[in-house]
Design a protein around this ligand. Structure first.
Ligand code: BES
Ligand code: MN
Ligand code: ZN
Length: 496
């Protein structure tokens, strides 16, 4: 899909489909714009008949029999005063879903002037791309038509600046696509070994440094918590460490992703409504991290060295699996009583965090499908953010807002630490049901050096959607990639 900003006016444009944003309230003025394409009396009538008022999420599709445009899809943007860039993303995805796979050239026309033109163009460009991605990898044959080849964003003054901003969309969208594909891949396909192979491919394609620790090397590192989870599976664990290094770096950050290629719960088996069949997405955090690696490796930001870490394994049951009640030891020497084998993500992350701290970074961010409690609290559009560091919180929130990815800071309530106290070991891995995602964050905190700014993002809700939602088609969302890319780009700019 080729996306470009063009200076053509709406009446000069030709193509298969035009998506046109309409502001609520001033419809009569806006109708004038389309005079040369559609008779204005006809358009007024159609708007009236279908009660199209330009309200957010309203849409009206009109097929044109003659002229240089075959179809116009009007989408409501709401009132001008409340218009945000994310409304453009949403409107774009509503419009893009009305486009059939047989239409080749799409035009998009929005009130760009209300925004910084490059930011608006990028938001719309990524929205059209990301909402039209389809995944046929696991179909034996694909009869579906392919998405649009050419998209023109109509009515830009400075097309040069805008188009150079648009050029960054390719690596970012490919990163999101890669993350989605990793998450959607079933657990018999995306195994811990396959994940390592994917990392290896990234390393070769983009010249990243790669280290993979096998089980033995993890043992040497004393990663007793991670290995305890992995040992219930016939598949060996793979500890993945990718590194992006620019020529000179003044800044070093580590991204860690939870990488459970399947979470059965272990002996605390996921039964009843716990949706065991969905648990291929329990590597959503690692997918975001590898997707970010894909984007960063191509964007090549200066000044910031970025490490990408995934302790990949499966949580399964066999004769040597963890018993509920086992006591294990993490690589920082802390002992953990496993009172629930289904709280496995934090065990794998514990050793990954200890490993990350040894790299002595300026910040660590982990992403994890960690708790069902976070989904109950925030739903599937908002991830939970835990950090003691206000600056990091602000940076990540800003990066997420810019991406249109929902995030909300949650309390690191230190007094709840009593919930994960064990009478026999240093810690137990599970606290009470109430505040379950807070005790999970507090558990992770036990494995991070206090001097290193660290944030934990719980994406249990946001990594997947059960229906087409905004720029996300049903399924894996690739949540987090765009936020992390924004964050790293901003760090690079500010550390010159
Ligand atoms: N991977 C799950 C969390 C999860 C649940 C993600 C639902 C997405 C949707 C995690 O490993 C888990 O099982 N957490 C338990 C923790 C509990 C045992 C303290 C949970 O949330 O139920
Ligand atoms: Mn679990
Ligand atoms: Zn899990």
């Amino acid at each position: 899909m080729q996306i470009s900003a063009v200076s053509k006016k709406i009446n000069e444009w030709s193509g298969s489909v035009l998506i046109a944003g309409i502001l609520e309230g001033t419809i009569e003025n806006q109708i004038n714009l389309f005079k040369t394409i559609i008779k204005d009396t006809f358009l007024s009538k159609r708007f009236n008949d279908s009660k199209f008022e330009g309200k957010k999420s309203q849409k009206l599709s009109i097929e044109l029999v003659e002229g240089k445009i075959q179809k116009i899809i009007f989408v409501g943007l709401g009132k001008a005063e409340t218009l945000r860039i994310d409304d453009l993303r949403k409107a774009t995805s509503i419009g893009a879903r009305q486009v059939s796979g047989y239409e080749r050239k799409l035009g998009i026309f929005f009130p760009w002037d209300a925004f910084d033109p490059s930011s608006a163009a990028c938001a719309v460009g990524e929205a059209v791309r990301l909402s039209s991605i389809k995944d046929f990898r696991f179909k034996s044959e694909s009869k579906e038509p392919t998405p649009i080849d050419e998209v023109e964003l109509i009515g830009f003054l400075d097309t040069k600046t805008t188009n150079s901003a648009i050029a960054e969309l390719h690596p970012i969208c490919e990163g999101v696509k890669f993350a989605r594909e990793l998450v959607s891949a079933p657990p018999n396909f995306l195994t811990p070994y396959q994940m390592a192979k994917e990392a290896k491919k990234l390393a070769t394609d983009y010249d990243l440094d790669l280290k993979i620790l096998d089980k033995k090397e993890c043992e040497q590192q004393g990663m007793g918590a991670y290995l305890a989870v992995a040992k219930g599976s016939d598949l060996e664990p793979n500890f993945i460490h990718l590194k992006y290094s620019p020529k000179t770096a003044t800044n070093k950050v580590v991204l860690i992703g939870k990488g459970l290629t399947f979470d059965s719960g272990g002996y605390n088996l996921k039964v009843g409504a716990s949706q065991i069949e969905k648990m291929k997405y329990d590597m959503g955090g690692s997918a975001s991290v590898l997707g970010t690696a894909r984007a960063i490796a191509e964007l090549k930001p200066s000044n910031t060295e970025v490490h990408f870490i995934v302790a990949a394994c499966e949580n399964m049951i066999n004769g040597s699996a963890l018993h509920p009640g086992d006591i294990i030891k993490a690589s920082n020497g802390k002992t953990i009583e496993v009172n629930n084998t289904d709280a496995e993500g934090r065990l794998t992350l514990a050793d990954a965090l200890v490993y990350a701290c040894k790299l002595n970074p300026d910040a660590i961010v982990d992403l994890a499908t960690l708790t069902g409690a976070c989904v109950i609290a925030l739903g599937d559009e908002i991830a939970g953010l835990w950090t003691d560091n206000d600056q990091l919180s602000e940076q990540l929130t800003k990066a997420a807002d810019k991406a249109g990815e929902g995030i909300w800071r949650m309390p690191m309530q230190d007094s709840y630490k009593s919930g994960i106290k064990s009478s026999i070991a240093d810690l137990q891995n599970t606290g009470p049901r109430q505040g379950g995602s807070i005790t999970a964050a507090l558990f992770l905190k036990e494995f991070v050096k206090e001097s290193i700014p660290w944030a934990h993002i719980d994406i249990a809700g946001t990594c997947w959607t059960e229906k087409d939602r905004d720029i996300n088609p049903k399924g894996a969302t690739g949540y987090g990639v765009r936020m992390l890319v924004n964050w790293i780009k901003e760090l690079s700019l500010n550390s010159h």
